[in-house]
Design a protein around this ligand. Structure first.
Ligand SMILES: *[C@@H]1O[C@H](CO)[C@@H](O)[C@H](O)[C@H]1NC(C)=O
Ligand SMILES: *[C@@H]1O[C@H](CO)[C@@H](O)[C@H](O)[C@H]1NC(C)=O
Ligand SMILES: *[C@@H]1O[C@H](CO)[C@@H](O)[C@H](O)[C@H]1NC(C)=O
Ligand SMILES: *[C@@H]1O[C@H](CO)[C@@H](O)[C@H](O)[C@H]1NC(C)=O
Length: 310
C-alpha cells in the first residue's frame, strides 16, 4: 500500500479566496512515488505534475514517457514532451538510488518500502510567493529543504546519509535553491501562458436535492453539488431562514476529471413537511442559489427527488 501522507489535498491547504482574477496564487507541484516492490498496477516509480490542483502530466517507469493529461493533451507547444521524458528519467534514477540508500541503511533489501517526494512553487501577482521541497519514507517525514540556509534538514535517522550525499558539494545546495526559487517559477510562468484560462475558469455547480424517508423515522435530505470548479463552495440547509444544526458536512471530493463534488445532509423529524432549502454559494454563480425541498408525496413513499440543474 502507498501511504497517502503526501496526497494532494494535504498541499492544497485552506481554501484560497481569489479576489483578483488572473492574480493567482498559481502553483506548480511535482509528486513522486518510488516503490521497492512494484506490482502490475503500481510501477516502481511515478511522477505527476500539477498546475494548482489539476494534474497536467504523468510519467512512470513502465512507459518512460512524460504524457500530458486532460485539457493539456490538446495544447501544442507548451512543453517539449521528449525533453520532459528525459528529465523525468534522470529523476527516476536519483529517486530510486535514494530509496535504495535508505533500505541499505536499515540493512533491509527485501522489504516493501515507499519513498515519496514533493516539490512545489507558487506565484501570486507574477511574484514568487512560496516554495517547498520534501520527502517522506513509508509515510513519515524524511528530509526537507530549507531554502533560507540553504540546507537539507533530516527528519529521520536514515536521512543524515541522504543529507551528506545531497550536500557533498556546495554547488548542489545553490542548485536546489535556484531550482525552487527561479527555475520552478519560470516553468510555472511559461505553463500559465497556456493554462491561465483553464485554471481561472468558473464552472458553476449542478445541484440536486433528494429526500429519503422510512415510516416513523427521521427523513434524510441530501443536497448534492457536482461538476464545479474551483473547489471552494458553500453548501448548507436552511429551514425557516435558519441554518440547520444537525447537518453533517462532507468534504469536497474530486470527480477525477478536474471538477469537484460535495454534499450536505440534514435529518428532519417525520412530521416536518418543510419547506427546507439548500443554499449554494460558488464563485461560478452570479448569486447564491436556493434549491427547495418540499414534501410532495405522502409519508412512507420511497423518496422525493428534485433536481435543479444550474
Ligand atoms: C512576470 O515576471 C517575469 C519575471 O520576473 C517577467 O519577465 C514577466 O514580464 C512578468 N509578466 C507580467 C505579465 O508582468
Ligand atoms: C505564450 O504562448 C504563445 C502561444 O499561445 C506563444 O506564442 C508565446 O511564445 C508564449 N510565450 C512565452 C513567454 O512562453
Ligand atoms: C466529470 O465527472 C462527473 C462525474 O463522473 C460527470 O458528471 C461530469 O459530466 C464530468 N464533467 C466533465 C467536464 O467531463
Ligand atoms: C431526528 O432529527 C432530529 C433533528 O431534526 C434529531 O434531534 C434527532 O436526534 C433525530 N432522531 C434520530 C432517531 O436520528
Amino acid at each position: 500500500m502507498v501511504p497517502v501522507l503526501l496526497s494532494l489535498p494535504f498541499l492544497l491547504g485552506p481554501a484560497v479566496h481569489r479576489e483578483t482574477p488572473g492574480a493567482g496564487p498559481y502553483s506548480l507541484t511535482f509528486l513522486y512515488t518510488g516503490l521497492s516492490r512494484p506490482s502490475r498496477v503500481l510501477p516502481r516509480f511515478q511522477a505527476t505534475a500539477f498546475l494548482n490542483d489539476q494534474a497536467f502530466f504523468h510519467y512512470n517507469s513502465d512507459s518512460r514517457k512524460a504524457e500530458p493529461l486532460g485539457p493539456w493533451r490538446q495544447i501544442k507547444g507548451m512543453e517539449d514532451w521528449e525533453k520532459e521524458s528525459q528529465l523525468q528519467k534522470a529523476r527516476e534514477e536519483i529517486f530510486l538510488v535514494t530509496l535504495k540508500d535508505i533500505m541499505d541503511y536499515y540493512k533491509d533489501r527485501e522489504g516493501s518500502h515507499t519513498l515519496q517526494g514533493m516539490f512545489s512553487c507558487e506565484i501570486q501577482n507574477n511574484r514568487s510567493s512560496a516554495a517547498f521541497w520534501r520527502y517522506a519514507y513509508d509515510g513519515q517525514d524524511f528530509i526537507e529543504f530549507n531554502k533560507e540556509i540553504p540546507a537539507w534538514v533530516p527528519l529521520h535517522p536514515a536521512a543524515w546519509k541522504t543529507k551528506q550525499k545531497w550536500e557533498a558539494e556546495k554547488v548542489y545546495l545553490q542548485r536546489a535553491k535556484a531550482y525552487l526559487e527561479e527555475e520552478c517559477p519560470r516553468m510555472l510562468r511559461r505553463y500559465l501562458n497556456y493554462s491561465k484560462a483553464h485554471l481561472d475558469r468558473q464552472d458553476s455547480p449542478s445541484v440536486s436535492v433528494t429526500g429519503y424517508s422510512v415510516p416513523g423515522r427521521n427523513k434524510t435530505l441530501k443536497c448534492l453539488a457536482s461538476d464545479f470548479y474551483p473547489p471552494e463552495i458553500g453548501l448548507r440547509w436552511i429551514h425557516a431562514g435558519k441554518k440547520r444544526e444537525s447537518e453533517s458536512r462532507v468534504d469536497v471530493l474530486p470527480s477525477g476529471n478536474g471538477t469537484y463534488q460535495s454534499w450536505v445532509v440534514v435529518e428532519i423529524p417525520p412530521h416536518d413537511r418543510g419547506p427546507h432549502f439548500c443554499l449554494v454559494e460558488h464563485s461560478g454563480l452570479a448569486q447564491s442559489l436556493t434549491v427547495p425541498w418540499e414534501e410532495k408525496q405522502k409519508a412512507g413513499a420511497e423518496g422525493n427527488v428534485e433536481t435543479q440543474p444550474q
